[in-house]
Design a protein around this ligand. Structure first.
Ligand SMILES: NC(=O)c1ccc[n+]([C@@H]2O[C@H](COP(=O)([O-])OP(=O)(O)OC[C@H]3O[C@@H](n4cnc5c(N)ncnc54)[C@H](O)[C@@H]3O)[C@@H](O)[C@H]2O)c1
Length: 277
């Protein structure tokens, strides 16, 4: 997810530092970014000379200190409050006063993450959609202590990135997942009950509703591990029965069928890259 957000930033002309704790994750992100941009050129969506310019804006690092001159840090690390608190508390000692911190979290409260950042007034939720480099929507949410000026600055950056921001409260699921989680779970339950095959459910939804992707194809991209976290967060707050995690998701996680990233979810994939076109 972070690699896609970095493409959006570099493509919009921002100097972009990509931090990960793992070298191999950075190498993969760089390779997939170049691959994505090459495909964009082949499809006539990007001028050929723009590719090296975008890559020149992109640099990877495993040293957090290299983020010391960033004006905005968008965090997209593993979905754990402890991991996010640890990261932001270190960043708070590294980044200057004016740096705004943002989280791409799908399920954790922005106010709670901000509470462990040391700068809750300069903290905002920026929830991109997967794959970020193709999807324009960003759900922007202030935490309880976010200053109006921080929110406005982050909103302006989001527009400068060429994205489409919408404002939402700091609430699990924000807007999009409030609808998508129960809907996607309904599709999973149809598979669970043996009503239809995954391919037929996807085809039905795409054909009748004009969606570019079926719900089970989308779930394969999102990952069953992420879907489980999303369900738990949404169901914990709304108690909506359709938001409860379907047992099949837990079984698929146990079997390693996480979706495209493991080569198998509701569908089987020869290519595990999540970047597409
Ligand atoms: N998957 C989705 O559909 C989706 C959509 C929107 C938002 N999100 C959010 O994006 C975030 C990341 O989700 P993901 O699916 O990309 O997760 P992921 O597990 O695929 O990737 C997380 C990355 O974070 C890195 N990482 C772990 N700990 C780190 C640390 N301390 N510092 C730096 N990097 C660290 C890992 O090496 C890995 O590359 C989560 O907050 C999730 O809620 C995910």
């Amino acid at each position: 997810m972070g690699a896609g957000i970095a493409i959006v930033a570099a493509r919009a002309g921002f100097r972009t530092r990509v931090f990960d704790v793992r070298d191999d994750a950075l190498a993969r992100a760089r390779e997939q970014t170049e691959g994505f941009l090459r495909k964009s050129v082949e499809r006539g969506k990007l001028a050929a000379d723009a590719l090296p310019q975008i890559m020149a804006q992109w640099s990877g690092t495993t040293q957090l200190a290299d983020l010391a001159d960033c004006d905005l840090v968008i965090e997209a690390v593993f979905e754990s409050l402890d991991v996010k608190h640890e990261l932001f508390s270190q960043l708070n000692t590294i980044c200057p006063e004016h740096t705004i911190f943002a989280s791409n979290t799908s399920t954790i409260s922005i106010t709670e993450i901000a509470g462990g950042s040391g700068r809750a007034d300069r903290f905002v939720g920026m929830h991109f959609c997967l794959p970020a480099q193709l999807m324009k929507l960003v759900e922007m949410s202030p935490g309880l202590n976010t200053s109006e000026s921080t929110f406005q600055q982050a909103w302006a950056v989001c527009e400068a990135l060429g994205q489409k921001p919408v404002k939402t409260q700091d609430s699990p699921g924000f807007i999009l997942n409030y609808f998508l989680i129960p809907f996607n779970n309904d599709a999973i339950r149809l598979v669970e009950q043996g009503v239809a095959e995954a391919a037929d459910i996807d085809l039905a939804i795409k054909t009748a509703m004009g969606y570019p992707m079926g719900p089970l194809e989308l779930l394969d991209l999102v990952g069953m591990d992420t879907q489980k976290l999303l369900c738990e967060a949404m169901h914990g707050v709304t108690h909506e029965p359709r938001a409860a995690c379907p047992p099949l998701v837990r079984r698929m996680i146990a079997a390693g069928h996480l979706g495209k990233k493991t080569g198998r979810g509701f569908h089987v994939y020869a290519d595990r890259k999540i970047f597409g076109a």
